[in-house]
Structures are given as structure tokens and as C-alpha cells.
Ligand binder design. Sequence first.
Ligand SMILES: NC(=O)c1ccc[n+]([C@@H]2O[C@H](COP(=O)([O-])OP(=O)(O)OC[C@H]3O[C@@H](n4cnc5c(N)ncnc54)[C@H](O)[C@@H]3O)[C@@H](O)[C@H]2O)c1
Length: 437
Amino acid sequence: MKQPAEIAQPTGKLGILLVGLGAVSTTFIAGVMAVRKGIASPIGSLTQMGTIRLGKRTEGRSPLVKDLVPLASLDDLVFGGWDIFEDDSYSAARTAGVLDEGLLEQVRPELEAITPWPAVFDRRYVKRLDGPNVKRGANKMELAEQVREDIRRFKAEKGLDRLVMIWCGSTEIFMTPSPAHQSIEAFEAGLCANDVTIPSSMVYAYAALKEGIPFANGAPNLTVDVPALMALAQQNGCPIAGKDFKTGQTLIKTVVAPGMKARLIGVRGWYSTNILGNRDGEVLDDPESFKTKEESKKSVLDYILQPDLYPQLYKDLCHVVRINYYPPRGDNKEGWDNIDLVGWLGYPMQLKINFLCRDSILAAPIVLDLVLFLDLAARVGWSGIQEWLSFYFKSPMHAPELYPEHDLFIQLMKLKNTLRYLKGEELITHLGREYYD
Ligand SMILES: NC(=O)c1ccc[n+]([C@@H]2O[C@H](COP(=O)([O-])OP(=O)(O)OC[C@H]3O[C@@H](n4cnc5c(N)ncnc54)[C@H](O)[C@@H]3O)[C@@H](O)[C@H]2O)c1
């Protein structure tokens, strides 16, 4: 057995900085409060309910993940955040309409106490939104300074030991890396010069990294996925992760596609459509924000099916993704997938999937796991991209020379082996010859 890593204990309070107090954030916060009170279960959270097998199958060792590695306790989480609307978290949760009134009433005072700080916001990057609770400053560097002041004040007032920031704000317009994103110096000059290629999400990420705080991106925006901010994360010892929470349709896609490929079943077409009526759906109704989401959703099949290795099975795959804003559904998204398959001797088959899910119910446990695992990574001393957290993302961040791993089962193996590695446990290869030799 190898030596376990040195991991600082999670003593004291962990501050969770949420950018955007909308449906996902309030469902996450209210959920943690309800779990703390023992009135609900943290279903969907690997850190709270997951187990991990250690050693051989004959050893019978499968502790809870949270008993293997030292994670912050739910009782030690303290929440703060920014939004362009002034609503406290209780009102925001009511507006989001995800959780029922009965549950919200039981955590109402705690939710009402979380009111958003003024946001860094510019309609140029999110066209379908506007709100009054917005910071003013001469340039983007000044706005970043104001975010850093919010963070320091929160830390001092609440007596926090450590912090993690997570972007749960709206999806920004599609952007590609620009010269201002290439180095820390160019980025800082861009902040001072109000460079248009630096959207609000990058201002928050910069502020977090300057404060030495881990950062995760739950939306498909570029945000921290540019050389300048990756370099800053390395320099300041901050773990980072992104992009775009893997919930709903893409979660199912990354479950089904590896299965088809495992059995060498061909895929000629994959048509995915959704109806969604929450504010996220409204923002994604703008073509520029939708393009960011579309790129994120579409990349997964290419990487999983590897058409370059299997041209006969997957080369001409027609992959279409649609999101339709349909207010009556609220957060209860409905996704349809029609998959045109090809089997033995070229015979066609079809698979239809109709997922009646709840977007924020699927996203909230991801937020919880990410903040706890990023805090763990920081206590281990890891910085930069945390590829082992790919499990949670539609567009996992990766080193430039690598392709991203999208297969949910490979991602899970990577995550669990990372935890085993941290504790000096044998990695599990599933070879299994030793039981028969
Ligand atoms: N719910 C899911 O299943 C899921 C999955 C993947 C990604 N996401 C992404 O997570 C994000 C949040 O989703 P949601 O359903 O909570 O959306 P939402 O619209 O309910 O919440 C987003 C909140 O962010 C605020 N906001 C926007 N720009 C901001 C800024 N610059 N600073 C501070 N606040 C800002 C908005 O006012 C809003 O309250 C979206 O980008 C969405 O695409 C959600």
C-alpha cells in the first residue's frame, strides 16, 4: 500500500460563495438546511450517500465516501452570494418554484437571512435579463476589487476558515478565447481597459482566484477555462473545475451512448429536444446564450463514440439538440431523445427516451459535491484543473493536450480511484484475475 496523502482537517466553517441565487442555488441551500434538520435526504449526492469499495471483493470493505476522506460537515457550511435581483433566498426560492411551500416554510428564517450582494452584471453578456442590484465601477478591475471586498467582509463577519466559489449564474453568450485571455498580465490589463471579451463571470473568477479560493463553473460559459485564469489558479494554489453541470438529458446521453458503443451498435442519428419554463429556459431562448449551451451539449457524443476509430458506426451521425422555452413547465423540464440505431447486418432500430426530470433537483446535489470536493482538493494542496471532477460536468475542463472524458462510468472510476489514491488504498482496475489464479 502506498502512503496516504497529507490532508489538512476540515476544521472551522466553510463559506460557499454562490454567483447567482436562482433556482439551482436556492434549491441547494434550502436542501442543505432541510438535510441538517433531518427533514429530507440528500439523494443524488455522492459525498453524502455514496460508498466506495476498498481492497478486494472478498474483504467486504465499502465505507461511505465521507468516512474515507475528511469532508466539511453540512453543519459547517455558511452561504453567501450575489444576484442582480434583491430578493432574499426565500423569495428567490418561491420565484423559482422548485421546492414546495411546506418544505420552504421549515427553513424560511435561515433562507431569509441570505440576501444577495450587488452583482457584477452587463446585459451585453446575458441579453434576456436585467435587474437593479448591480455594482458600479470605473472599470472591470474596480468591480473585481468590490467582489474581493465582499468576500473578505463575509469571511470576517461569519468567522470562516475557508471558502469555495461556484458560478450558478445565467448562461452568458458564446465566446471564444481572445488575446486578453492568454496571460495573467494581458487579463489584468484587459480588466483595467474594460476589454469586451471579459464577461462578468470572469470578473468573479478572477476575484476568487486572487483571494486564493477554489472556483467551479456550473454553466457552459468560458469563465475560468482560459489560459490566464488557469495560470492564476496554479499560481495561487486554487483548484478549479467546470463547465456546465451534467444533469438531465446529457446525463442520460452519457449513460446510454457508452452502452451502445460497448456493444458496437451503430448510431445514425440522435435528436434531443427539451421543453423548459424556468428563468434558465428564458435566458437560453436567446440564440447567443443557447449557442454556448448547444456547444456544451453537442460535444459529448463525438468523444464517447470516437467516429475516427469507428467510422462505419458513427462517422455520419446526425446530432441535433433543441431547447424550447415553454413557461407552463417551470423547472420541470421534459426531454425527449430519438436515437436511430444500426445493428447486425445494417438493420435499423430505434430507441426513444422521455425524461420528465426536475432540473434543479438534479443540479443541487452536484453543487454540494463540488464544493465539498473542491475544498478537499484545496486542503490536499492541489491546484489548477481537477479532472477527477469531470463526473459532474457536460464539458469537463482538461489539459490542452488531452481530450475530455465524457463516459459517466469512466468518470466515476476516475473520481473514486482519486479518493483511493489520496488515502493510499489500492486502485481498482477490475481485472480480477487474482480470484481465479
Ligand atoms: N439546473 C440544471 O440542471 C442546470 C444544468 C446545467 C447548467 N445549469 C446552469 O446553471 C445556471 C443556473 O441555473 P438556474 O436554473 O439556477 O437559473 P436561474 O435563472 O434560476 O438562476 C440564475 C441566477 O443568476 C443570476 N445572475 C445572472 N447573471 C448574474 C451575474 N452576473 N451575477 C450574479 N447573478 C447573476 C440571475 O439573476 C438568476 O437569479 C444556468 O447558467 C444554467 O444554464 C443548470
